[in-house]
Design a protein around this ligand. Structure first.
Ligand code: MG
Length: 217
């Protein structure tokens, strides 16, 4: 899979997936990490993308965590843009899971190695359909939640982001040319935890996006 569905019809071919680490204070705390002074960016390959439906856990990890996140879809090429210009480059929004092989990530952190496998394995980026920026409206203070088997596991508000979306896009566009179809995962609120076969997940960004997944064994 290398495309996401657009709510208004059609598909968006996905390029790179840019993610933010520790963009909510409570999550930084639960990871025992310091709040970053500048956005900490990492990438997932487009092959990590997965549609709503099934999540398949990789066989090389015993601890895959859910991280529910607001996802921004880029609509046109952006290079070294200013934060004030950023809204013009946003096509729309969705909700996604930054799936993380926490055991591999922990080992990589200890050894000073990259997170690429822990964060970028096949299926590590499940994403809902994308709602247009016009329909979504202001996304700066919306509830974002993840329910697992009906229990509320993660709950936050997008207003709690340390770095706001325009600022993140400006910063990211200094390092990477942003192209139509690139996705930005904007960080997770606290409450991350392991997935088990059979789990049923419901991810929501208030009035913007909602998607369901079932974890396969
Ligand atoms: Mg994350």
């Amino acid at each position: 899979l290398n495309s996401v569905r657009l709510k208004e019809g059609g598909e968006l071919s996905v390029g790179k997936i840019i993610c933010l680490a520790r963009n909510y204070a409570e999550h930084a705390k639960e990871m025992k990490g310091a709040l970053p002074e500048a956005p900490v960016l990492f990438l997932k390959p487009s092959t990590a993308l997965a549609a709503p439906g099934a999540i398949r856990l990789p066989d090389f990890s015993k601890e895959v965590h859910h991280e529910v996140e607001l996802v921004v879809a880029i609509g046109k090429t952006a290079r070294r843009i200013a934060a004030q210009e950023a809204p013009a480059f946003i096509l729309g929004y969705g909700v996604g899971l930054d799936l993380t092989a926490r055991d591999l990530q922990r080992r990589a952190k200890e050894r000073g190695e990259p997170w690429s496998v822990a964060k970028g394995f096949d299926g590590a980026a499940p994403v809902s359909e994308i709602v247009s920026a016009v329909e979504a409206g202001d996304v700066s203070d919306l509830a974002i939640t993840l329910r697992v088997n009906g229990d509320l596991r993660q709950s936050g508000r997008t207003s709690q982001m340390v770095f706001k979306i325009p600022e993140i896009l400006a910063e990211a566009s200094r390092a990477f040319t942003l192209e139509r179809g690139d996705l930005l995962f904007t960080g997770t609120p606290s409450g991350v935890g392991p997935l088990r076969p059979g789990d049923k997940l419901l991810a929501e960004v208030e009035r913007v996006a909602r998607a369901e997944w079932r974890v396969e064994g």
